[in-house]
Design a protein around this ligand. Structure first.
Ligand code: UDP
Ligand code: MG
Length: 313
């Protein structure tokens, strides 16, 4: 039987952690008793530099029951890095991992369904929320706009999927080969390949406590998502430069004609032409330099070039 580790990132979650851990334990134990999971299955909480009692709660649970494991990061490294810390540690002994937020906005009851897909050969099972009614209007709209923009510039995301997912050992190992520092996990998972599936659930409001993603963090996260995966914004500069230059050529004829017709003030024609052509040329040069910087960015990530799924020897 397979060993599952549930990885829970937690940053100042003292308000919900007790309830969350009890609930996750109950669900995991039921799966162990129905012999779906190995009895060594556990729950790993990653304390992402909390300054409240989160770590004390984790210690208490661990002391009472070794099924609870804990990692404490030395400071706040952010949700994504906390997840990576958890995955890196869990992958050593677990056969599969489910990552879930500490606020239980994602329904842990669907873990059972995820396991069904896993048993049928899926290496990655995405938790997808089928309603966002529990989010604020602002969060819903900004999310839609964000997905649209990312799609437009070629980053393929699973819509309405956050970081609630099941991953097999080999999927995690492959994921950990993506060495980039500016990590946007949900953009990378679809790049891994392997067989995947989706389970749907209703996203509920936070059990307690406040969102740890204020607008500032959300914007930074979105910006990371865009700039870590795509050099389309740089190409946009190149495109604008070409556009300005073509306008410059148009202005060239326009001013010359105006000049002939005697409709211009002295000096106007040469000024207009130089503004457009020079401006355009500058943008083109920026775009070309940007293209090289963009290529360098993709290169320094040292992403794996391929992943072997099976090897017949
Ligand atoms: N989190 C974290 N480090 C951070 C911010 C958040 O580990 O710097 C955790 C948080 O404890 C929670 C999860 O990431 O388990 C998602 O955060 P939150 O629920 O606040 O985000 P939201 O659901 O509002 O987008
Ligand atoms: Mg949340």
């Amino acid at each position: 039987m397979e060993k599952l580790t549930i990885v829970v990132p937690a940053f100042n979650e003292e308000a919900v952690l007790n309830r969350t851990l009890q609930k996750l334990q109950k669900i995991e134990n039921e799966l162990i008793h129905s012999e779906i999971l190995d009895y060594s299955s556990d729950i790993l909480i990653v304390d992402d530099g909390s300054i409240d009692h989160t770590w004390e709660i984790i210690k208490k649970f661990h002391k009472e029951n070794q099924q609870f494991k804990g990692i404490r990061l030395s400071r706040n490294f952010g949700h994504q890095n906390a997840l990576i810390a958890g995955l890196s540690s869990a992958v050593i002994s677990a056969d599969l991992v489910v990552t879930i937020d500490a606020d239980l906005q994602d329904d842990p009851m669907v873990i059972n369904k995820m396991l069904n897909y896993f048993a049928n050969g899926a290496d990655i099972v995405y938790g997808v929320r089928n309603n966002r009614a529990s989010d604020t209007w602002f969060k819903r709209t900004s999310a839609v706009v964000f997905y649209k923009i990312l799609n437009l510039i070629g980053v393929k995301l699973i819509p309405n999927h956050a970081d609630f997912r099941l991953m097999s050992k080999r999927a995690i190992k492959t994921f950990l080969q993506y060495k980039e520092r500016n990590i946007f996990i949900r953009g990378i998972i679809p790049l891994l390949g392997f067989k995947s599936a989706k389970v749907y659930y209703r996203r509920t409001p936070r059990l307690a406590g406040k969102s740890k993603y204020p607008l500032k963090k959300m914007l930074a996260f979105a910006w990371d998502g865009i700039t870590s995966f795509s050099i389309v914004p740089v190409r946009l500069i190149l495109f604008l430069g070409l556009l300005a230059c073509s306008l410059g050529v148009f202005m060239f004829f326009y001013t010359i004609i105006n000049n002939w017709l005697g409709l211009t003030v002295h000096g106007w024609s040469s000024l207009m032409i130089s503004i457009w052509i020079l401006g355009g040329l500058q943008m083109i040069s920026l775009g070309i330099i940007g293209e090289y910087i963009g290529k360098t960015m993709l290169e320094v990530k040292q992403r794996p070039r391929y992943t072997i799924q099976q090897h017949l020897k």
